[in-house]
Every structure is written in C-alpha cells, then in structure tokens.
Write a protein that binds this ligand. Sequence first.
Ligand SMILES: [Fe+2]
Ligand SMILES: [Fe+2]
Length: 135
Amino acid sequence: MEVITWSEDYSVNIREIDSQHKKLVKLINLLHKETDEKDLHKTVGDTLDELIKYAVYHFSFEESLFAQYSYPETRVHIRAHTDLIAQIKNFLNKYNFSGNVFPIDLIDFLQKWLIDHILEEDKKYGAYLNSKGIN
Ligand SMILES: [Fe+2]
Ligand SMILES: [Fe+2]
C-alpha cells in the first residue's frame, strides 16, 4: 500500500519541480514498503539517507530559483526547509532506531509535511514563477 498517491492536485505547474516532488513521494513510499518487510535495517537506512539527500538537493534547487527570480517569500520558505531538516535530525536522534524497529511516525510525519508543504508553500512560488514565464 502506498502512503502517498500522486495526484495532479499536487502539481505546481513547473515540470522539473513536479518531477522532483514525485521522486520524493516515491522515496517515502519505498521507505514505508521497506518497513513492512523483514530484514531491512540496512535497506531502510539507505533509503532514508537517499531521501534526506534528495530533499536537501530539492530544497536548494527551489531556493536557487527563488534567488534567480527574486521570489518575495523566500525567507519564510527557506525557514520551512531548514526546520524540516532539523526536525528529521531531532527525530532520528530521539528514536535512535535500533534493530529492525523503524519509527513509522517518521513516515507519517514526512508524508504530511511534504503534502502540506507542496499545497501551501510550493504552490505559492509555482504561481509566482508561472507569472514569470517558468513552467
Ligand atoms: Fe518542494
Ligand atoms: Fe519548498
């Protein structure tokens, strides 16, 4: 079962960004799937690392667009990105997951965060950049 099913409602109308968001969705779904399987401490760890690295890459990609097009809400948006990375780190420190026990709460948190962030924050810059001819 997928925790997130991509919907066109999540589109920000910028092709490259949608494809990055789809990749994040895919990684969260994969993480969820791996927690249902057995052995997996290693696999889950690898996927989680990949997800965090890809999220960092995606955030800097967005932030470079903001700089390039003087997006007025840049500061608030960057803070949301920075907070997320800090929250994931706190989460991992807190749980310091051991053996095969993986905090399913983290997956819930990530999927809610991603969808809310796309719908509330990313869509705002989507409309702004569309108005600058980016799509
Ligand atoms: Fe995004
Ligand atoms: Fe964002």
